[in-house]
Design a binder for this molecule. Structure first.
Ligand code: ZN
Length: 162
């Protein structure tokens, strides 16, 4: 696969169980070059979360309106765990940096390019808050939100999509 920056021809996408939330991934590397992680925290292990991220790419989370996403926080409350308000699918975790960064639950969203991939078990228990934020910045990816109920935002996103 030829590397050509963020806007490669390959644009993996997935959605939550009910389809209310969709995620597009603009990647700078092939999905099979990306690490798939299985976080061992209670929240992730109970859901079988399998996450991936491309620091140089962009995740676009699309839904009708912001209320379609529940922002759940727990533990040190350093990230928002985005959950579909209708079907309960865990979509992504977002650290509110400027700009915000995220890991995407490619397993829960059924992104085909990641199906069947071996995941690496990771356990971040015991991290300091500073270490946690820094670790996320080392591999989490930029994230954008597009709400189709806001027609102007939608057309802007569609223009970018080409
Ligand atoms: Zn849903």
């Amino acid at each position: 696969m030829v590397r050509q920056g963020v806007h490669t021809s390959l644009r993996p996408a997935g959605s939550c169980h009910c389809g209310a939330v969709e995620v597009d991934l603009d990647l700078t590397c092939a999905p099979d070059e990306m690490t798939v992680r299985a976080c061992q925290c209670d929240f992730c292990s109970h859901r079988g979360s399998r996450t991936a991220s491309d620091k140089g790419g962009l995740a676009t989370i699309r839904t009708d309106r912001p209320e379609s996403l529940i922002r759940y926080r727990f533990g040190f409350r350093t990230a928002d765990y985005l959950v579909c308000a209708a079907c309960g699918t865990y979509v992504a975790a977002v650290q509110q940096d400027d700009p915000p960064i995220a890991v995407v639950n490619v397993g829960g969203l059924g992104v085909p390019e990641f199906e069947g991939r071996e995941s690496v078990a990771v356990d971040h228990a015991g991290e300091t808050l500073d270490a946690r934020a820094a670790r996320r910045r080392s591999y989490w990816m930029p994230v954008a939100f597009a709400y189709s109920a806001e027609s102007r935002a939608t057309s802007a996103v569609e223009a970018v999509r080409g």
